[in-house]
Each structure stands twice: as C-alpha cells, then as structure tokens.
Design a protein around this ligand. Structure first.
Ligand code: SF4
Length: 78
C-alpha cells in the first residue's frame, strides 16, 4: 500500500483525495492517512501531492519508515 508521511502535516492539500479511485485517503487532525487494506496500489496519489508526502511502503526513505505503522494505527483507533 501507499502511505502518507510527515510532509503532509498541517498541509493537507487533499489533491490526493480527488485522485484516489477507491476513496481510501482519510483526513486526520493534522495529516491525511491511507487505509492500508483499501488502497489498491494504483499510484495515482503519489505524483499529485505538492509536498511529496506519499510513498509506496516499498519505497519509503529509511527516516520515514515509521509512517507505514502510523497510517495503519490511525485506522485501528477509529
Ligand atoms: Fe488511493 Fe491509489 Fe493512492 Fe492507494 S495508491 S491511496 S488506491 S490513489
């Protein structure tokens, strides 16, 4: 799945939401989150993010690796 990372915090541009064909990008208090089970890996959200906050979990930079868990945990708390 794809995940949203820290560049989204307090930006929440939401361009990704309009691109997502399965509406699996959700709004939190300070950033957006991608539902790991609903994401179909289409990749459309990644290039439209103006702050390059979206990565596939396989391509996460090491310093952002924790965001895979952060995206997953957001939905566990709902
Ligand atoms: Fe939605 Fe596709 Fe992005 Fe997954 S990769 S969050 S399905 S736009």
């Amino acid at each position: 799945a794809y995940v949203v990372t820290d560049a989204c915090v307090d930006v929440q541009d939401r361009s990704c939401v309009e691109e997502c064909p399965v509406d699996c990008i959700y709004e939190g208090d300070r950033m957006m989150y991608i539902h790991p089970d609903e994401c179909v890996d289409c990749g459309r959200c990644e290039p439209v993010c103006p702050v390059t906050s979206i990565f596939h979990t396989d391509d996460l930079p090491p310093n952002l690796a924790g965001f895979a868990q952060i995206n997953t945990e957001f939905f566990a708390d709902l």
